[in-house]
Ligand binder design. Structure first.
Ligand SMILES: *Cc1c(COP(=O)(O)O)cnc(C)c1O
Length: 445
């Protein structure tokens, strides 16, 4: 690989100067296009997502047994979706900007089992791996009642195998809890950003936690190298995994059903804008793919990143993807949004989704804390800092005249739009931690 000439790169892409200065930045990608044109970039299809959906259905009876909290949803790991009109009003007041249409919140923050969006991809990948092992060993057929997996015999069987993952916290939580429940030996390599309570919780579940003083990239690299020494160990590769991506993508069709039940229309006259916090990219990328398959070109996806970790914006904007990191620009990758503290984006997701994502923006940590506080004060919903990244999106899009004009939206279409903020984590944050987060935010004035 050629060393990157940063000065030259900034001359070619002046926007990088803003990123380097840690200024809040908005970029709408002029290359974004329709699903029929861009689908081939992804290399995955609606059929792949349908298979992921079917696999989760097969596991639902098992999940219901293994996690009593899933009884109410019959083994389905899914979150609520709620209108937040008071927060919409609050944002409009605070930022002196009208938000056209209606503001909604998708509560992946409160997904069962692990309280974050990682309960989609992370758990799905563990299940897919377990199924493969059991089927290959002749112990399971996909027609079977999967409740049989919840038995001492299967726990014994899975205990011959190991699972490892590198994480800033929430992926480790999902994969650790699920793997340990099935009987796997599981190791989570945690970056310096990972919160102590997440490590404690994992250890209490019998998970081996290895701590690093460096960031996510190092935790993944070390974890991958250690896992490679054990032939029975499967390393879950957050940077490249198609399986994780498909686990997230199932959200699209499910959201479509939820919207139908709520009589929320999405079509040419009722556009849907979705704001997704982005770390390495698998979560928001997979969800966005699922949303595109479900709603076609009527859904507009926007990614949100901290000013200190703008890896996806950097990779897509320059076209360098995983060949550049925020550290190459001298950015420190230190942010209160621990779930988004990633310096180098997934090359797979960056390339797969680059023409399907309308835009990207960055925001500073204080803004995350302020919105965290406001959402708690006015809607009584508590999230972790990362999960607020999408909350600023509706303000930015409402201000983005050039983008809205380029999309040819009429005034009426905009008034009938839905903005969906994807709340990605926070449901399991201990009360004392939450109080500290709230204290960092400014009260509504
Ligand atoms: C992991 C995570 C994200 C982003 O997902 P990526 O796959 O890393 O892009 C967003 N919010 C929270 C709370 C997360 O834990």
């Amino acid at each position: 690989m050629q060393p990157i000439q940063i000065d030259q790169l900034i001359a070619e892409f002046p926007l990088l100067q803003q990123l380097q200065n840690l200024q809040e930045t908005v970029w709408f990608n002029p290359a974004s296009t329709t699903l029929d044109v861009a689908l081939a970039d992804v290399g995955l299809t609606a059929e792949d997502v349908a298979q992921a959906h079917a696999r989760l259905q097969r596991f639902a009876p098992y999940l219901m047994l293994a996690f009593p909290e899933l009884e109410a949803t019959e083994g389905k790991i899914e979150s609520e979706c709620v209108a937040i009109p008071t927060m919409q009003h609050c944002l409009q007041q605070q930022y002196q900007q009208e938000i056209f249409g209606q503001l909604w919140l998708k509560l992946d923050s409160h997904l069962p089992i692990s309280g974050s969006i990682k309960a989609r991809g992370g758990i799905y990948e563990v299940l897919a791996h377990a199924e493969k092992l059991a089927v290959n060993a002749g112990l399971l057929s996909i027609e079977d009642d999967y409740r049989k997996l919840y038995s001492p015999e299967f726990k014994q069987f899975f205990s011959q195998y190991a699972i490892a993952v590198g994480s800033t916290g929430n992926l480790g939580l999902s994969i650790g809890i699920m793997s340990a429940k099935m009987g796997f030996r599981v190791t989570v390599h945690m970056s310096a950003d990972a919160r102590q309570w997440k490590k404690d919780k994992l250890r209490a579940n019998g998970v081996t936690v290895v701590e690093y003083e460096q960031d996510y990239g190092v935790a993944v690299e070390q974890g991958r190298a250690l896992a490679a020494q054990d032939p029975q160990c499967f390393f879950i590769d957050d940077e490249n995994s198609r399986t994780l991506f498909l686990g997230y993508a199932v959200a699209g069709e499910r959201l479509k059903q939820q919207f139908q039940q709520k009589n929320l229309v999405v079509d040419a006259d009722h556009p849907l804008f979705v704001y997704l916090p982005c770390g390495v990219g698998g979560g928001p990328g997979g969800v966005a793919f699922g949303l595109k398959l479900a709603f076609g070109d009527h859904v507009h996806c926007i990614f949100a990143e901290p000013t200190h970790s703008p890896c996806m914006l950097l990779g897509v904007h320059t076209g360098l993807h995983d060949a550049i990191s925020v550290q190459d620009l001298g950015i420190d990758n230190l942010t209160a949004a621990d779930g988004l503290a990633v310096g180098r984006a997934s090359g797979f997701v960056g390339r797969a989704m680059q023409r399907l994502i309308d835009g990207y923006y960055t925001l500073n940590d204080q803004r995350l804390y302020d919105m965290l506080r406001w959402l708690s004060d006015v809607e009584d919903i508590q999230l972790e800092p990362s999960a607020l990244a999408g909350m600023y999106g509706a303000i930015l899009v409402s201000r983005a005249q050039d983008y809205l004009n380029a999309q040819h939206f009429s005034e009426q279409q905009l008034q009938q739009a839905t903005h969906l903020v994807w709340a990605t984590g926070g449901g399991m944050v201990p009360e004392t931690e939450m109080q500290k987060y709230l204290a960092q935010g400014q009260a509504v004035n």
